[in-house]
Design a protein around this ligand. Structure first.
Ligand SMILES: [Zn+2]
Length: 390
């Protein structure tokens, strides 16, 4: 079967192949000699149906390439005066009253941009008058112009294409409607997130106070989703408290006498976080502090920093789900920042003590969830049931 098929597939001689490819025998032979068409067998005189079909569908390009191969090459400005580019032929002047187009093959190739680009040259004596566009072409051009100033939102035609937005081509009214809908949808999504978090028994809220913006813990609190305390402790940071940070949270060295260190508190802390959905106002800040504490504790045990990251921090990070209430609250609040193309973060207003901030975060979610449009009756089941486990 295999041999029969391959013999069938390479069964065209040159005459038949050229005819089937829509070329003259001369063109076919030159295309083969130039490597533009590959023969299928060793003596180079038979072609498969697939090769012939490919040549047929690209015969215009093969013809152009054959003309280019046969044409002399010039550098820019050095071609004879009677050889012109397509654009030059279309120009009119005292000696050429009507625009022309090529009437014969490519007669030269001119290279420019140091050989990186080229244009084809045609003999002006072979050129013919450029045809006026057909009715269909004119109509198509008109349709394109009309489409360019038609709003894709409402279909109204603007006076000028520049009256529409550039990428989506919307009129000002549709642009305004787009933003109104986006803000409303985003607010609803944030409210739905808050509702779902508050209904999820796995939810806890966490907040921490630190020695400085890239420092260590001085206080950490975790509450359950109802605001009940799971952990609330000052922490001896074993580091200086930066005055600016102390001014914010009001916790000084004197307050921390006798407080446990992170290492002493770690077991209790991770016991309330493991397997939980941890909601934090600015999650990146608090997880960065936790990571710093874990790596500092690990360094005292000896391993290389890289190894400590994988061995100690990564498993802890994976042991809980971390979610940022600040990003969702910004989206719900809806103060759009055009420059950053995102919602502006809002202050928590929690008083900058860990427990107060945990509860303030929870309050923000309650506020968000309260704005949620009432769900359709069919969707009510789960949240209602989930709320009963309190
Ligand atoms: Zn519109």
């Amino acid at each position: 079967m295999g041999t029969t098929r391959s013999r069938e597939r390479a069964d065209y001689g040159p005459g038949q192949a050229a005819a089937r490819a829509g070329m003259s025998l001369g063109e076919w032979r030159r295309a083969v000699r130039s490597g533009l068409v590959r023969s299928a067998d060793v003596d180079g005189a038979r072609w498969s149906a697939a090769v012939v079909e490919r040549a047929r569908s690209s015969r215009a390009s093969i013809r152009t390439q054959l003309q280019v191969l046969a044409a002399p090459e010039y550098r820019w400005g050095q071609a004879p005066a009677h050889l012109l580019t397509r654009a030059q032929l279309a120009e009119t002047g005292p000696d050429r009253p009507v625009p022309l187009r090529p009437g014969g093959p490519i007669r030269g190739v001119v290279h420019f941009r140091r050989g990186r680009d080229r244009l084809y040259l045609y003999d002006v004596r072979e050129a013919v008058p450029k045809r006026a566009p057909t009715k269909a072409q004119t109509a198509a051009a008109e349709r394109r112009k009309l489409a360019a100033r038609t709003c894709t939102g409402c279909g109204k035609v603007a006076g000028d294409r520049n009256d529409l937005s550039r990428t989506k081509r919307l009129c000002p009214a549709c642009v305004a409607a787009f933003w109104t809908k986006k803000f409303a949808d985003d607010k609803q999504a944030a409210a739905a997130w808050a509702r779902e978090v508050l209904d999820d028994p796995a939810t806890v809220f966490l907040d921490s106070e630190t020695t400085d913006l890239s420092g260590f813990l001085v206080e950490i609190s975790v509450t359950d989703r109802h605001g009940a305390v799971l952990l609330d402790s000052l922490i001896d940071p074993r580091a200086e408290i930066e005055p600016g940070a102390q001014a914010v949270h009001g916790i000084g060295a004197a307050d921390l006498v006798g407080a446990p260190t992170y290492a002493e508190l770690a077991e209790r802390l991770w016991a309330v976080l493991r397997g939980r959905r941890v909601i934090i106002y600015n999650v990146a800040f608090d997880t960065a502090v936790l990571r710093r504490e874990v790596l500092r504790a690990a360094a005292e045990l000896g391993p290389e920093p890289r190894e400590a990251e994988d061995r100690y921090w990564a498993p802890l990070e994976r042991s809980a789900r971390w979610e940022c209430a600040m990003a969702w609250y910004a989206q719900w609040y809806g103060e759009w920042d055009h420059y950053h193309r995102d919602y502006t973060w809002q202050r928590l207003g929690g008083g900058h003590r860990a427990l107060g901030d945990c509860r303030a975060t929870r309050e923000r979610l309650v506020e968000m969830a309260a704005s949620l449009a009432p769900a359709a009756p069919a969707e009510l089941g789960q949240p209602v049931l989930a709320g009963l486990d309190a």
